[in-house]
Design a protein around this ligand. Structure first.
Ligand code: WT7
Length: 689
């Protein structure tokens, strides 16, 4: 489906395949610089997609956003964003909308003050919506809970009081390593309420990944659980925290532990405290302070092109403004009647902006589901939609492709008539998956919003508006009102319709990252140096305009892979591999994969003396990567090779390895230092699957 060898590739446009084809080489890799413009076949494929789908009339008639918003925002972007900001509740009014004088460092809603948690919780209670359900929580084993905005107010106040007792105050950092349980949302909001920045670490990450994030952010408290349910099993989580904070140089003073599974945990009396003992006993009132619009709200780590993850820093007023605005218009949220469900994990930015901050700022009722989509069976999501009458469903292409594989007969058995808007995020959605989603889940009634954005952008940037846009299967269409993005060539000059290049954002936006925590130079270098002359933000994605000017995302142009919508850097996996005693050198590429978008393929050279005992060694190496980073980074294939293809300057030519990994004839190899290497590699791989 998304592989170039797919039998349908010639008749069906496929940006996912284009992504991998286009991502071959780039300025960032140091190889011969070829913008993703050059792939004529890809472009032809994309331009062959001319189906469009108009918004349903009933939805358009009552939509939160109209076509006029684009013009209004373009005429007066600052006025437009000020108006969106005023939909929030400010404790202190702001002056200037944006201060861009110290670019690339922006300040938004200058001098204004607010409390993010009050905006997400208390003000809805004060407005008379205390009895509205904020969270329909569905546990994996089948337990469930309904939490109203009044309940949430009490829980957040108690958690804020508890964190204060544990020594947390404004400006501190708190690490959160939790499964998808209500306490995860409560913990994030409690930090926000105190003006402490949270750093949520996905509970699927390893102890080592957690350790490096805790240490980079210098977090003084970790909030975790005894364990979590995954695929019907209770698995321990706290062991990883114990391992991560072991050692005298850990900044961690306290570990707050939610009892979720009831499993055995080891306990450090001076350090560990139970959530149910410390939080539940607290007073139900908490006096919230007003914090500056630029108060840090959270740090979230994401992979870059080096081995060290980047701590993306987001602040309060601008972030919340754009998270709330986009959630309202992109999903057309009607808080009184909609039931919204975003299937992401709070460990990723999608969970931050579209489970916690956007929906709650808008007073939405939402479903939060703890577990995997096939527990107890493959119909779990459709059961949940039916049970809670979900009207807005936001998920990822990799999951849609998985549902396709499981079969359309499974959703067909359920009443999905409550659905009215469908969303997609995380990677380019291939037109087949888009159409399958539209037909089998949306029953040809629901608009699909393919939302492009990043951890760094904080909120949605490019997306259809469901009551306005005539969508095309596979295109994220155009920047939303108030956002300006362009596709430019190598020199930073905007390209025309029908052409491709690099995606840039040419004007500051409210929810933009403010810096990389503790490494401002890296912030400047990574995002602002590629097109420094023009002052553009370089997103790291290739993209094309079709003949109508709609935007088609083509995937990363740097050494960052996208596996099931998750960013993993090739260097990170390479570092993990070479930290194993048997490995001398490693090169990692993302190869097109039908299910996960890209799959990780590693080429390793063994150390002298290491024995290649085939499967056992490969298994060992895969487990080693899981231990170093997390199971999501486990290579799908590991190929033991005698040599790696390198340029004369010693740079690994990943493009050629990708050709091999995708079973293609290798491309131009003239810059190879040793042209015989490719033969050596393919001979060695003769019997390899
Ligand atoms: C990268 C950002 C945004 C939340 C999830 C991922 C890719 C994201 C799309 C989309 C094509 C997409 C890009 C981007 N991406 N959404 N709708 N179409 N590509 O956040 O981990 O920060 O990754 O995901 O390559 O740069 P992230």
């Amino acid at each position: 489906m998304s592989g170039p060898s797919s039998p349908t590739a010639d008749v069906t446009p496929d940006p996912a395949a284009a992504a991998t084809a286009g991502a071959g080489s780039s300025a960032a890799t140091g190889e011969a610089s070829t913008a993703p413009t050059d792939d004529a076949n890809t472009l032809d494929n994309l331009l062959a997609e001319n189906r469009t789908f108009a918004p349903p009339e009933s939805l358009a008639a009552k939509a939160n956003a109209t076509a006029e918003s684009y013009q209004q925002a373009a005429d007066d972007p600052e006025g437009f964003w000020a108006e969106q900001a005023r939909a929030l509740s400010w404790g202190r009014d702001f002056g200037a909308v944006v201060d861009w004088s110290d670019r690339p460092h922006a300040r938004w809603f200058v001098g204004g003050g607010l409390n993010v948690a009050v905006n997400c919780v208390d003000r809805h209670v004060e407005a008379g919506h205390g009895d509205r359900v904020a969270i329909f929580w569905e546990g994996e084993p089948g337990d469930s809970e309904q939490i109203t905005y009044s309940d949430l107010r009490v829980r957040v106040a108690q958690a804020a009081n508890a964190l204060t007792e544990l020594g947390v105050s404004a400006g501190d950092r708190v690490a959160i390593y939790l499964p998808m349980i209500p306490q995860a949302v409560v913990a994030m909001l409690a930090c926000a309420r105190l003006g402490a920045a949270h750093s949520v670490v996905f509970a699927g990450f390893s102890a080592e990944a957690l350790r490096s994030r805790i240490s980079d952010a210098q977090a003084s408290v970790v909030i975790t659980a005894d364990g979590q349910y995954r695929r019907g099993q209770a698995v321990n989580l706290k062991d990883a925290v114990d391992e991560a904070v072991a050692g005298a140089d850990s900044p961690v003073q306290k570990v707050l532990v939610v009892r979720r599974t009831g499993g055995e945990v080891t306990w450090d009396e001076g350090r560990d405290v139970w959530w149910h003992e410390v939080v539940d006993a607290q007073p139900e009132q908490h006096e919230a302070q007003v914090f500056d619009s630029e108060q840090p709200l959270f740090i979230l780590y994401t992979s870059g092109t080096t081995g060290k993850p980047k701590g993306i820093l987001h602040t309060s007023g601008g972030y919340l403004t754009q998270a709330a605005y986009t959630h309202r218009v992109v999903f057309d949220l009607k808080p009184e009647s909609d039931v919204y469900w975003c299937t992401a994990d709070i460990g990723w930015v999608t969970g931050h902006s579209y489970i916690v901050y956007g929906p709650l700022a808008n007073g939405a009722s939402q479903v939060i589901y703890e577990g995997t989509p096939n527990t107890p069976d493959e119909s779990r999501h459709w059961q949940i939609i039916d049970k809670y009458k979900v009207s807005i469903y936001y998920t990822a292409p990799t999951l849609i492709r998985t549902f396709m594989k499981w079969g359309a007969d499974i959703p067909a058995r359920f009443d999905l008539s409550s659905l009215r808007v469908l969303g997609s995020v995380g990677e380019p959605i291939n037109p087949e998956a888009w159409m399958w989603y539209r037909v089998n889940i949306g029953r040809e009634r629901c608009p699909i919003v393919d939302t492009w954005w990043q951890t760094e952008t904080g909120a949605i940037m490019i997306s259809p508006l469901p009551g306005v846009t005539h969508t095309k299967p596979g295109s994220a269409m155009t920047p939303i009102p108030g956002i300006s993005a362009k596709i430019v060539n190598d020199e930073g000059v905007p390209v025309g319709h029908g052409q491709g290049g690099y995606l840039v954002i040419d004007k500051p936006w409210p929810s933009m990252l403010r810096t990389i925590y503790g490494d401002d130079q890296r912030f400047v270098d990574t995002y602002w140096s590629r097109f420094a002359d023009q002052g553009y933000y370089f997103a790291g994605d290739g993209a094309k305009y079709d003949d109508d000017g709609a935007i088609w995302l083509l995937g990363r142009v740097d050494d960052v892979m996208n596996v099931s919508g998750h960013r993993i850097s090739t260097t990170e996996v390479e570092s993990a591999l070479v930290s194993h005693e048997a490995v001398a050198e490693a090169a990692v590429v993302g190869a097109a994969d039908d299910m996960t978008g890209q799959g990780i393929v590693a080429f390793v050279i063994l150390r002298g003396g290491a024995v290649d005992d085939g499967d056992a060694l490969v298994q060992q190496l895969r487990n080693h990567v899981a231990k170093e980073i997390g199971p999501i980074a486990k290579p799908k294939r590991i190929l033991v090779v005698p040599e790696l293809p390198k340029t004369r300057s010693g740079k690994i030519m990943r493009r050629l390895l990708r050709d091999i990994a995708e079973n293609r004839a290798t491309g131009d190899a003239t810059t190879l230092q040793d042209p015989t290497v490719l033969n050596l590699i393919s001979q060695g791989l003769g019997g390899n699957k």
